[in-house]
Ligand binder design. Structure first.
Ligand code: DX5
Ligand code: ZN
Length: 228
């Protein structure tokens, strides 16, 4: 079983040949596909909806897909993404009036449930929903755009969330989203993350295999340090 998962972000892929580009990122060693849904309301940007997800499934993309909903209202989107092939669905607590109900709805539709915490969102949002969660995402940039710089204060938050996960008896993935690259992935892993969203650092390169090999080399060092 893998300790660390790399999640290529569709947001930075080539939209004119999406299926092909996403398959290339998986062939290069990507583990989970990260699918950023933005609605020009909760965030300023506008991306893609469930039909695009369905078309990736029709193209036979079989990797797990992690749908990151940056949309408000959000509840009515959940059944649509679940039916279009999502494995994980993550929501921001500020995008719903009833986060517990929203997370339960994700589970009711057969998906794994995640909560995504913006840089300014306190982690006490986790207090009463830990039992509903399969994944916690620490946003290391403010949501809305790819290609932003990693916010260094996120490291401390990742450590705090790691502690919360370890204190619970639940098996919860800790994802970090935004500004991850070959230079900072080891610090992020050391702080306790195990799922790494990689957008521009991967799709901005002409050699996906090279980038993923480099990222894994960095992660291997961390694994070795943690074991010794
Ligand atoms: C930002 C998105 C990210 C984005 C990350 O709102 O949630 O998933 O794709 O892209 P990079 O890796 O370029 O920061
Ligand atoms: Zn995202």
């Amino acid at each position: 079983m893998k300790n660390f998962f790399l999640a290529p972000s569709v947001l930075s892929a080539n939209f004119s040949k999406l299926g092909e580009d996403i398959q290339k990122s998986i062939d290069a060693g990507g583990d989970i596909i990260h699918f950023d849904v933005m609605d020009n309301h909760y965030v300023e940007n506008l991306t893609f909806g469930p039909m695009v997800l369905q078309s990736l499934r029709d193209y036979k993309i079989s990797a797990k897909i992690d749908v990151h909903l940056m949309a408000s209202p959000v509840d009515s989107l959940i059944p649509k993404f679940a039916k279009s092939g999502a494995d994980f669905i993550s929501v921001h607590p500020e995008s719903t009036n009833h986060i517990d109900r929203t997370l339960r709805m994700i589970k009711d539709y057969g998906c794994k449930a995640g909560i995504s915490l913006n840089p300014g969102t306190p982690i006490n949002y986790l207090d009463y929903v830990m039992d509903q969660l399969d994944m916690i995402t620490v946003m290391s940039v403010n949501p809305g755009f790819g290609g932003q710089t990693f916010i260094p204060e996120s490291i401390n938050k990742i450590r705090q969330v790691r502690q919360r996960i370890n204190e619970s008896s639940n098996n919860i993935l800790l994802e970090v989203d935004g500004g991850i690259n070959i230079k900072n992935i080891s610090d992020i892993a050391l702080a306790g993350a195990n799922v790494f969203v990689i957008g521009s650092a991967l799709f901005g390169s002409s050699d996906y295999t090279f980038v993923i090999r480099k990222l894994r080399q960095e992660l291997k060092k961390v694994h070795f340090n943690l074991m010794n």
